[in-house]
Design a protein around this ligand. Sequence first.
Ligand SMILES: [Zn+2]
Length: 689
Amino acid sequence: MMPKHEKTYLTKANFMLHGGDYNPDQWLDQPDILADDIKLMRLSHTNTFSVGIFAWSALEPEEGVYQFEWLDEIFANIHGIGGRIILATPSGARPAWLSQKYPEVLRVDASRVKQLHGMRHNHCFTSEAYREKTEQINRLLAERYGDHPALLMWHISNEYGGECHCDKCQSAFKKWLKNKYNDDLKALNDAWWGPFWSHTFNDWSQIESPSPIGENMVHGLNLDWRRFVTDQTISFYENEIVPLRELTPEIPITTNFMADTHDLIPFQSLDYSKFAKHLDVISWDAYPAWHNDWETTADLASKVGFINDLYRSLKQQPFLLMESTPSGVNWHDVNKAKRPGMHLLSSMQMLAHGSDSVLYFQWRKSRGSSEKFHGAVVDHDNSSENRVFKEVAKVGETLEKLSAVVGTNRTSDVAILYDWENNWALNDAQGYGMQSKRYPQTLQEHYRAFWDKDIPVDVITKEQDFSSYKLLVVPMLYLVSEETIGRLKEFVANGGTLVMTYISGIVNEYDLTYLGGWHKDLQELFGINPQETDTLYPKDRNAVLYGNKTYELKDYATVLDVHSAVVEGQYQTDFYADTPALTSKQYGEGKSYYIGARLEADFHQDFYGKLIEELAIEPAHSVKHSEGVSIQVREDQENEYVFVMNFTEQQQTVSFGATVKDLVTEEELTGDLTLEKYEVRIVAKAKND
Ligand SMILES: [Zn+2]
């Protein structure tokens, strides 16, 4: 039995959060607008607002001169309608006076150009002055609002990211390196392969962060720099939360994570697997480009599923959708409006994968400046009668019926492993195809086979426990430490099934290649020794015969020397025609598979379909349906909450095996049900039925 998730972040609420970033500081001289906000909040069925994210200049217009009265009033007004506040610390954007008086807070970029004041997120994470100033204002906020009954959570800064190369950061980096390499410069030179191009250092002072005008091809340096940037960002965050932990220990803390857009892959520049350990709740900002012209709605929905399953799995607990848009954004290449129905569907998909909220950026569209056209709940017409507002209100009404789902979790027999460090090292590697590595996208392709079959997946990181999964899928794990290799071996020895692919097990955690062939433990585990990986031009194709079918391959084909594995598939053409492309091996109580080539989606469907059957992995729920419909389940000890989602532009029919209850309409459903284009149904089923 699965324990009900401890609702740490909902000690003051047991409802789905609906609302978003509220920036009244843009409207302080317009009391009529602020009064309308409160009316419109009721009409939109919203209940939670993130306040103060960019409000530093409204809170402290001059150094040491504070204006909290407006925020007092916002707290009172939101509390007055039963709403909750996620209070932000304002470090995401500084007032001009701060940059002017303490220029050290401004970043220096990788080309060593000192940045001017402006934009946001443009601060040195090492600067003592900036750390002191943020701690000061955060302390005042905690003192003033820590006991306010409307305060639900802390929102630390905003979308941490980027890096600084100033002198202070250079010193901090050197200190970090000395600590990592135990003050042993030879160890660092060894790890970074110093003698190559005469890059050996004989004094710590010679080391600098990577730069386009200096060093940028020492892979070990690049990797350590990226690790340092994550650690330094976390260190800055930890400094921000000191007064909050001290004064409001019961108020949970989050910061909003991001995704890299277009392919909707995990945010690249910070290692969120490290950051997650410092948060009470994961939250993230999701802006999928729905209705785009390069993929189907189902293609994109599967990618949204993948990234949600990664961010949920970071803490194995529900997360929050901190930002989204009820319509288009303003920063995609094309900012298309969500079609009718898509807002409810896309919001419910977030819940289906573990979110306990639907929150927006932002509540009211700005009148001027950069984000005046970014989708918002309240448009420039200030009306509750437009289409977008009505769709938001419908989401609100739906969420009000779903409080039973709050805090429930998901269970999975399948895990896919994602690793930030691997992604950095692989992208940095000068070799293979410079454009075709696409590590996160490759994971999304493997994930798709499970998504299409309604098999729940956890997307986990390498530190997490593997033992509860029947199947672990590890594509393109180029960088892998001996420790991780040992844990993969143990997983299979104890009965797990492991799938690995081409370009795995190539370098260790210092980005140094393994010598003497593939690592001996991997050779033993898979019964093979990969010989060479052929990188193909974009138009090149080969094929693999697997079972009775031939599947197309592109980009990569690894030639395998098989010594104690079963050959499951062979290459069809080229100089390695008829040689092994896919192998399996019984190892201990479990089984390992190695896929040598980048194969088409049909292969993933058939290959994983067979494994799912052999391992008796059950779909989340036995609802029969056609392609493009996604079924995702959240559950607690008593109930399953089944999200049935039509990600196609056509009517679809789904068949329920047993009688279920529609949580929104409260109808009893059985047998066939027609889903309209983009329709979503959320049904409950008691586990003992
Ligand atoms: Zn700096």
